[in-house]
Ligand binder design. Sequence first.
Ligand code: PMP
Length: 347
Amino acid sequence: MNNLQALVRPNIFRLKPYSSARDEFTGKAGIFLDANENPYGSLNRYPDPYQRELKAKLAAYKGVNPANIFIGNGSDEVIDLAFRIFCRPGQDKALSFSPSYGMYDVAADINDTELIKLPLRDDFQIDTAALSPYFNDECLKLIFICSPNNPTGNCMNAADIDYILQNFKGIVLIDEAYIDFSEEISWNQRILDYPNLIVSQTFSKAWGLAAARVGTAYMNADLLHFFNKVKAPYNVSQVNQEVAMDALDDLATYEQNRTAILQEKKRLKAALKALNFVRQIYPSDANFFLVEVNNANELYQQLIERKIIIRNRHKLVNNCIRITIGKPEENQALIKALQGLQAEMMV
Ligand code: PMP
């Protein structure tokens, strides 16, 4: 990649990374007296810093090369690392679209980087005409595209993403945390076509492992080199690696849960549609709905009082709430509460 040196922060480009005991000797057999570990116990050894076994399983499932996979402590780690690798604090900029996932703002602030927030169009798609002048800004290093987007639920148009990838010389990070719920093909199949493309995914959503903190990112090996340099040496614990591998070994459970969520999504949508205070349910490629109601603040409060917690997104999109698809009985409780509120004209 010819412009990588121009994109990576100079100190990161030059960085000599920490070399751990597990970096220096990678064999499994032998007497290990090299890492100041405790010789007793079952979790006494440091984990594989490059998560090779997990990557091999994931690579086979996703149809990518293990050399193109990065594993993070959740995909939030990938977002933070992207700032740390590409954005010189106080100097460079990143860009995201609004409304979108709140961590882009927080990670930008932590890394002292200006985040340009370009409003999505009314249909929540990217306004490419408004975006293209920014391509000339030499300090703009990073564009986040969340697809399916949180909180709106829609995938971004493939033609618009292609246009950005072809015209922007910086890094494009497509956040696909919710891709497993969508019919769209992942952009991870295109990483070898676009040297500046990073695609992040996660085990937190469709794989049901939010507590374990396992995120993934797909990119060409030249870019990945810098993620490996900057990450904490043992960023994904042995326990986390194992539960992610267990999930990949049990695809039947994954499919069963995903199918159940998608079926419930249809049922919940029909029930929401029938409520007179629901103005609009936005099309969703994810495991949640953004719903416009008459009074989001009031509805949120009323549901809290009934011990049902949804997300009030009124500050991001006027009078909108975000509802995650739960188990059938949880969705049923929500539907019942909403019907009750309608009958009592509480909202
Ligand atoms: N991206 C998006 C769009 C999200 O909504 C979330 C979680 N809410 C994440 C990334 C982070 O996921 P994790 O760190 O659990 O992988």
